[in-house]
Ligand binder design. Structure first.
Ligand SMILES: [Zn+2]
Ligand SMILES: [Zn+2]
Length: 446
């Protein structure tokens, strides 16, 4: 399923949110803002309870005064980090440590890679292989948008519980809000949400971030900015001019310049290190370069009705539904039929990608310039997609005003979205060795 087509799930999620758990106290502190401004920013929830500790006692804090902020520019491509399109981000990267060989992990979608960032683990340990899975229990496709979908402790919880420090999540997308619900000490409810995209514009997210910094001084803050991704998906000039996309890049970059001025004025810039990255990049296809795997399986008597398909833009996952004795033959046939279709790049088993059981039995990815559209050829009409291999490369750098940030370096060893959690754990003296990740330690002097 495409990012943009989660309306039913999101409506359910919002209904669940309306009946929030009793240990969450809605903070309505206006911080000098008027009521209208507060309404536009949504509610900031403060979670009062603590979960049990899951790891060994922490070591000493490497830097007593360090705040760490992770800013995810959702869907940004590494080639968009340059002085013309994103001058603020380019300057930030130049003044810090940039990693030139950074990648998302498969499937290159929002929910699995944000889950990677907060857990430091592969989907077979963290529970979230893709935005959309085939849910065997429900007999249907569903979005991974529930807070108990994540099956490994997050650094939002660990820094809060093991260190006793305030953590915050300020995420623009509704399904990110719901999957991270209850994990951070402070949790902004994104709003107002745009129809169709179900995300708050970066303007509102950055304003909410400022309020969160002022109100709570969180030591670890996790931010998602959705505009670059959402406007990229809908950009029908994506294969040529990228008009909407480039405007979104410029606007988001300008909001980050405003954030920097705000942080310099209130003194938080000098105590903060900022890790900027994307969760995946973006690829554009023409209207007819699509693969409809459901049509392929429906046409083949050996495959018809045997697989539940979850569409993830640049990738499809297939879950076998038939009798156990027919499984191997059906998967072999599916592999053959799917690979013969124009535009299909690769077929993987779920184990090859460490997706876990929710990732299905087989995964197909498309070539650059193609997309999947299931269950029908009109199900995914949008030109911008990700999920496939060409959308794995991402920008990744560490900057900010804190004295421990190393300046002007470019590191070319590979890093991944999982390394965000290890970097956060390292910065707060917590263990990261159990993760499938390592810290971006070159970026700090400690
Ligand atoms: Zn994304
Ligand atoms: Zn997207």
């Amino acid at each position: 399923m495409c990012d943009l087509h989660d309306c039913d799930h999101d409506r359910q999620a919002r209904a669940q949110r309306a009946s929030a758990s009793p240990n969450e106290v809605n903070r309505r502190t206006a911080l000098g803002l008027g009521g209208a401004a507060l309404a536009s920013l949504g509610l900031v929830q403060f979670a009062g309870s603590s979960a049990p500790k899951a790891f060994a006692a922490p070591g000493s804090l490497p830097a007593e005064d360090l705040d760490l902020m992770v800013i995810v520019c959702d869907g940004m491509r590494p080639d968009e980090l340059n002085a013309e399109q994103t001058p603020t981000l380019w300057r930030w990267a130049s003044q810090g440590t940039r990693y030139s060989n950074a990648k998302a992990h498969m499937i290159a979608e929002t929910l699995p890679n944000h889950t990677a960032m907060v857990t430091g683990t592969f989907p077979d340990r963290n529970g979230v292989p893709s935005n959309s899975i085939w849910d065997h229990g429900a007999g249907d496709e569903r979005t991974m948008d529930r807070s108990d979908d994540i099956t490994y402790p997050t650094v939002l919880e660990r820094i809060r519980n093991e260190r006793g420090l305030t953590t915050a999540s300020v995420v623009s997308k509704d399904y990110l809000y719901t999957i991270l619900d209850g994990k951070a000490s402070v949790h902004w409810t994104p709003g107002p949400l745009l129809p169709v995209t179900d995300h708050a514009l970066d303007h509102f997210t950055i304003e909410a971030l400022k309020v969160t910094i002022d109100d709570h001084s969180p030591r670890f803050t996790f931010v998602n900015l959705g505009d670059i991704d959402r406007f990229g998906h809908m950009d029908f000039s994506g294969t040529s001019w990228r008009l909407a996309r480039n405007q979104a890049l410029f606007n988001t970059d300008h909001k980050l310049w405003e954030l920097e001025q705000f942080m310099r004025a209130n003194g938080s810039w000098d105590r903060t290190a900022i890790l900027v990255l994307a969760d995946h990049s973006m690829d554009w296809s023409t209207p007819f370069d699509l693969v409809s795997a459901k049509e392929l399986t429906d046409r083949d008597p050996a495959l018809r009705g045997r697989f539940g398909i979850a569409q993830n833009g640049g990738a499809d996952t297939f879950a076998y539904l038939g009798a156990p004795e027919g499984k191997d033959a059906a998967i072999a046939r599916l592999r053959e039929v799917v690979l013969a279709h124009p535009g299909v790049n690769k077929v993987y088993t779920g184990d090859e990608l460490r997706l876990g059981e929710r990732g299905g039995d087989l995964v197909a990815t498309c070539n650059h310039g193609w997309r999947f559209s299931d269950p029908t050829p009109v199900s995914n009409p949008i030109p911008g997609n990700h999920g496939h291999e060409v959308t794995l490369p991402i920008p990744f750098f560490i900057t900010g005003g804190h004295a421990s940030v190393r300046r002007g370096q470019v590191i070319d060893r590979p890093v991944t979205t999982r390394d965000v959690a290890a970097t956060a754990a390292h910065a707060f003296g917590l263990s990261w060795q159990d993760m499938d990740a390592s810290p971006a330690a070159e970026a700090f002097s400690f």
